[in-house]
Ligand binder design. Structure first.
Ligand code: UD1
Ligand code: CA
Length: 533
């Protein structure tokens, strides 16, 4: 049994070991997320800025939950309530993840001060004090779980008091530099912040990523000793390394193979860089899982989206939020789906925008369909050109193929929604429901003045305005009777042949006149003669 060293040199601690889900026993996690992030030049707290549709802080929180299970604390400060909500929303209800503890850092006095705020969360309870802490910056969304596990492994193997993750960058400016000891092992002696570094230290290209594993006995005692006499007047977490080294404790380091992973997002440029890297990681994951992308570079998939096997994604598709796509779907170009659930074998043609809607198996939608929140398109249903739907349930096998607005409607199975059908759901104050039974046929240009119910298998004649409930199996026809006037159009054409206007009061304008009066026709011919052409 391996034991890591304690600063007192007397206590024997529990080893770091993983259970079946890969959670490390005795490990606690602290995520620092209280800063505003001045260099972003934003009103929004930095850690709330999304990367691939997910707030930056959630990358660190997710990683923490994966490796430690429930003992995760997040230190919040700027826009604390918003950050708290975002974390609560993302972690609630997910199996195996207990709520994350949120602690507030009222004044942002530095990363060391931030971690110190989490102390009460881990104050000895039933489970005892954590044997080690994994500390993560809230602005490193590219960090991978395998890297963190390697850091934990090295920490344990080297019986280190502090283990720090580093990267060697071509341009290290802005980062804390890793100063190595002169010893043969080349251990880490301290980290010097960019703003505090002298000329010699500035040329060091090995940087501190902001990911640490620290011995549980050592951490808070060291934090209490921090001194803010530095360029920023802050309590630097990084100074615990100097303290450990001076006290003769082992400080270990893991150098990243892929320095991209260590990117800390301080500016909008770095945010854009992180976005590119995460987008590619996500695409590669779905390509590996059996999804075809005709043009990966123009395919935008948010972090939380899932896609089934053998689905084909054409160029310029955006899948956002918590969207779930089934297997064997075809997604054509220029479509944006946000928080939607799409079953198997669904085809979506070009130029569609869907939000918070549910599409069942084998449905067919597009081109040019707009689904606003609360739509359910049942199995094998079809929605086509220029149809807008909102809070509407379109039954199995039903069709709404052309130019319709369907809002607040419950539509049964096998219904035909004729071209140009409109549910008139709004009276200027309130919204009302339209209910259409199974097998109903709505002719083209039907208007349904809600609230209204059309019984099963009824037929509504084209151009009808339905104002009252319709019984099952009825025919409804509601339109102005048609009048045909023989020869009317030809006579009008003759009158207007020279491009002049009809004389005022001309009887031709009246539907009742069967003939044009001879008087007016004479007048007209005279005036025509008098005109030069
Ligand atoms: C920090 C490290 C630096 C490292 C870099 C890696 C320190 C002193 N420096 O610098 O060595 O190279 O990260 O990206 O730790 N935060 C708080 N409370 C505070 C201050 C910061 O919670 O009082 C949080 C921020 O919200 C952020 C994280 O800590 O998520 C890091 O803070 P930031 O100001 O970005 O530190 P860097 O200057 O990048
Ligand atoms: Ca940073």
């Amino acid at each position: 049994m391996k034991h890591s060293r304690s600063i007192a040199g007397s206590t024997v601690k529990k080893p770091v070991s993983s259970d079946q889900q890969g959670k490390m026993a005795g490990l606690a996690v602290v995520v620092m997320a209280a800063g505003l992030g001045k260099r972003m030049r934003s009103k929004q707290a930095k850690v709330l800025h999304p990367v691939a549709g997910q707030a930056m802080v959630l990358y660190s929180v997710g990683l923490g939950l994966h490796v430690a299970g429930e003992r995760v604390a997040v230190v919040v400060g700027h826009q604390a309530d918003l950050v708290r909500q975002v974390i609560a929303r993302a972690t609630s209800g997910k199996s195996g993840s207990a709520p994350v503890a949120i602690v507030e850092q009222r004044e942002q006095l530095g990363t060391g001060h931030a971690v110190l705020q989490s102390r009460p969360v881990f104050a000895v309870g039933k489970r005892g004090a954590p044997s080690n802490y994994l500390i993560l910056n809230g602005d490193t969304p590219l960090l991978q779980e395998t890297t963190v596990r390697e850091l934990l492994r090295v920490h344990e193997a080297e019986r280190a008091t502090v283990t720090v993750l580093t990267a060697v960058l071509a341009d290290a400016s802005g980062y804390g530099r890793v100063v190595r000891t002169n010893s043969a092992e080349g251990g880490v002696s301290r980290i010097v912040e960019d703003r505090d570094a002298n000329a010699e230290e500035r040329v060091i290209r090995e940087i501190n990523v902001g990911t640490y594993v620290v011995d549980g006995e050592f951490l808070f005692r060291a934090l209490e000793k921090l001194d803010p006499s530095n360029a920023q007047g802050e309590y630097y977490l990084t100074d615990i390394i100097r303290l450990a080294e001076r006290a003769g404790h082992r400080v270990a380091a893991v150098v990243l193979d892929n320095p991209d992973e260590g990117l800390g997002v301080n500016t909008r440029r770095q945010l854009a860089e992180a976005e590119q890297v995460v987008r590619k990681q996500i695409r590669d994951r779905w390509l590996d899982a059996g999804v075809t992308m005709i043009d990966p570079a123009s395919t935008w998939i948010d972090a939380a989206v899932t896609i089934g096997k053998d689905t084909i994604v054409h160029p310029n598709v955006m899948l956002e939020g918590s969207t779930v796509i089934g297997e064997d779907c075809v997604l054509r170009s220029f479509i944006r789906l946000t928080d939607c659930i799409v079953g198997n074998g669904v085809e979506i043609l070009d130029h569609c925008v869907f939000t918070d809607s549910h599409i069942e198996d084998d449905a067919h939608l597009g081109p040019f369909v707009h689904l606003r929140p609360g739509v359910v398109v049942r199995k094998k249903a079809k929605v086509g050109n220029f149809v807008e739907m909102k809070k509407t349930d379109l039954g199995e096998g039903s069709k709404a193929n052309h130019l319709s607005y369907l809002g607040d409607a419950k539509i049964g199975k096998g219904v035909n929604i004729g071209a140009g059908t409109i549910t008139c759901n709004y009276d200027g104050l309130h919204k009302f429901q339209t209910v259409i039974g199974d097998g109903v046929f709505l002719g083209s240009d039907t208007q349904l003045i809600a609230p209204v119910t059309v019984g099963a298998r009824a037929i509504i004649a084209a151009g009808t305005t339905v104002t009252e409930d319709v019984p099952a199996d009825a025919l409804v026809i509601g339109r102005v009777p048609q009048v045909n006037r023989a020869g009317w159009a030809a006579r009008r054409r003759a009158l207007l042949a020279d491009g002049g206007a009809l004389p005022p009061g001309s009887k031709l304008t009246s539907l009742k006149a069967d003939k044009v009066s001879s008087k007016s026709s004479q007048k007209n011919s005279k005036s025509t003669k008098g005109r030069t052409r």
